[in-house]
Design a binder for this molecule. Structure first.
Ligand SMILES: C[S@@+](CC[C@H](N)C(=O)[O-])C[C@H]1O[C@@H](n2cnc3c(N)ncnc32)[C@H](O)[C@@H]1O
Length: 180
């Protein structure tokens, strides 16, 4: 799994944004922010090789639904091997996510999109679409290796908290953003 990440990183470093998948420590820290009893619709953006995806599926309720957005074809092949009736894998940019939700709104959006590497209009398009597709009280979770998007995320969400996980390559910050 790590090999394919490095290969994809060297081919498209801007889009991939990491040399390794997130560690189980970062995954568990971020997923501990989720109230699984109230998570009916979950969206994952930039799933990569599925590190978060597999843990989300382990934790989510049998009747919950997970919409996964990824644009890299090597990673999509891996994601499409996951057999679970609760998952919908979409090979489309996260900017267009609302088209695929059948009018549903998400309780949680969990994002690994490399915000720092994106053009401003793409980044704004993704965060706006995510925020618009969330229920009131919904939570957007995003990790980043430098906490440079704090003020940017505060423009879209009513409350933004920043936390840190040391045990990741590299150590990572993550944002917990509330839509009121
Ligand atoms: C840093 S990796 C994170 C992968 C995985 N979530 C993890 O934590 O290991 C970023 C992923 O976002 C994907 N990505 C980048 N831009 C995207 C976009 N506009 N829509 C969907 N996925 C995108 C990349 O292809 C890559 O797989």
């Amino acid at each position: 799994m790590k090999e394919s990440f490095i290969v994809q990183f060297f081919k498209k470093w801007r889009q991939i944004g990491a040399i390794a998948p997130s560690s189980i420590f970062l995954v568990e820290d971020m997923l501990s922010e989720v109230d699984w009893d109230r998570a009916s619709i979950i969206i994952e953006l930039g799933a990569g090789s599925g590190t978060f995806t597999k843990q989300i599926l382990k934790k989510m309720r049998p009747e919950a639904k997970l919409f996964v957005f990824e644009i890299d074809h090597v990673f999509l092949k891996k994601l499409n091997k996951i057999i679970d009736s609760r998952i919908v894998i979409v090979s489309e940019s996260a900017e267009n996510l609302s088209k695929y939700l059948d009018g549903k709104k998400a309780d949680y959006v969990i994002s690994g999109i490399p915000l720092s590497n994106l053009d401003k209009h793409v980044k704004s398009g993704i965060i706006y679409s995510a925020m618009e597709s969330m229920v009131s009280g919904g939570i957007f979770l995003q990790f980043q290796y430098f906490p440079e998007s704090l003020n940017f995320l505060k423009k879209y969400f009513d409350d933004v908290k920043l936390k840190f996980t040391f045990l990741n390559t590299p150590p990572a910050f993550y944002y917990i953003c509330l839509k009121k």
